[in-house]
Design a protein around this ligand. Structure first.
Ligand code: NAI
Length: 302
């Protein structure tokens, strides 16, 4: 039994990156997927084909995959997106608010058009879609599921990306607020917060091995994540296995939010830095496995 057999799901920004992997993974779990895209119909068609192929392998026939064009920041477009989906299926079970953009500039040089657009897509767009979804869930009864895609920058500041960080922190708060407001109506609202994931939004450093190594150096697990690793968490949170989880943010980040700077006890003074630098803590070739935590404890450095 697939975990989401027969469920109807909308993935916004579903034609590329994490959204694309999520659309395909939901199809793999037996769901009907509406793939929202904004500009590139060609990319959306490719994703649709892959989701259909996945679905056909699973079910043989009767797949309900569809494309829905629209700008999530536009109230009119979002109304039309829901109208098209409900016209075709009559019902929606799961909304994945994934669409997102970013813009880089020092805060004092940021022009308000760029600021407004980031907030409009990442926060207003998610709210508009959530509002339509909740209206539908309440009308038909029986609850529903909303999952938002924020970022580690829901919690960690991101200099030069003030509108992005503000939008993602806002989206985290929005998710918790909706979760509390509608918990009594069987509507679960959760958040997935990815770290550095190999998708088109990160094209610049992904295509340059030196820049990629520089990024991955900061990640405790030592590598960027794959979109499929994020998609798996959307599926988990949408499934009955997560039936008692609402209002939570699940970080999918290879340990980024653990604050990699604290891999050594630099805040404990020079002795700690010397004794427990990565070089001294790492086991010598051929020596028995070490337990850095125990060594720190036995030296009373904590
Ligand atoms: P992406 O650029 O492939 O995906 C963003 C998607 O949103 C694209 O398909 C784009 O067409 C769509 N989109 C943009 N504006 C839209 C609008 N107005 N209406 C509808 N769709 C629109 O990059 P990625 O990484 O897959 O991003 C997906 C989400 O994941 C974003 O919300 C992003 O902030 C978030 N994220 C990504 C991380 C990463 O390292 N790749 C890390 C943390 C969060």
């Amino acid at each position: 039994m697939r975990r989401l057999e027969g469920k109807n799901v909308l993935v916004t920004g579903g034609s590329t990156g994490i959204g694309r992997a999520t659309a395909i993974r939901f199809a793999d779990e037996g769901a009907n997927v509406a793939i929202n895209y904004y500009t590139s119909e060609t990319e959306a068609e490719i994703t649709l084909e892959e989701a259909r192929t996945t679905c056909n392998i699973i079910r043989g026939k009767g797949c309900g995959e569809m494309l829905v064009q629209g700008d999530v920041a536009s109230e009119e477009d979002v109304r039309r997106i829901f109208h098209e989906i409900l016209g075709a299926w009559g019902r929606l079970d799961i909304l994945i608010n994934n669409a997102g953009i970013q813009a880089a500039s020092p805060a004092h040089e940021t022009d308000m058009e760029a600021y407004d657009r980031v907030l409009a897509v990442n926060l207003r767009g998610a709210f508009l879609c959530a509002r339509e979804a909740v209206r539908h869930f309440l009308d038909r009864g029986g609850g529903g599921i909303i999952i938002n895609n924020t970022s580690v920058h829901e919690a960690i500041p991101k200099p030069y990306y003030a509108p992005y960080a503000a939008s993602k922190a806002g989206l985290g708060a929005l998710g918790r607020t909706l979760a509390l407001e509608y918990a009594g109506q069987g509507i679960r609202v959760n958040t997935v917060a990815p770290g550095a994931i190999a998708t088109p939004i990160n094209r610049e450093w992904l295509e340059d091995p030196e820049k990629r190594a520089e990024v991955e150096k900061h990640i405790p697990m030592g590598r960027a994540g794959e979109p499929e690793e994020v998609a798996a968490i959307f599926v988990f949170l949408a499934s009955d296995e997560a039936a008692y989880i609402t209002g939570q943010t699940l970080y999918v980040d290879g340990g980024l939010t653990l604050c990699a700077d604290f891999r050594t006890p630099w805040s404990s003074g020079a002795e700690g830095q010397k004794r427990f630098s990565p070089q001294t803590v790492a086991a010598e070739p051929g020596s028995p496995p070490q337990d850095p935590g125990r060594r720190i404890h036995s030296n009373k450095l904590i």
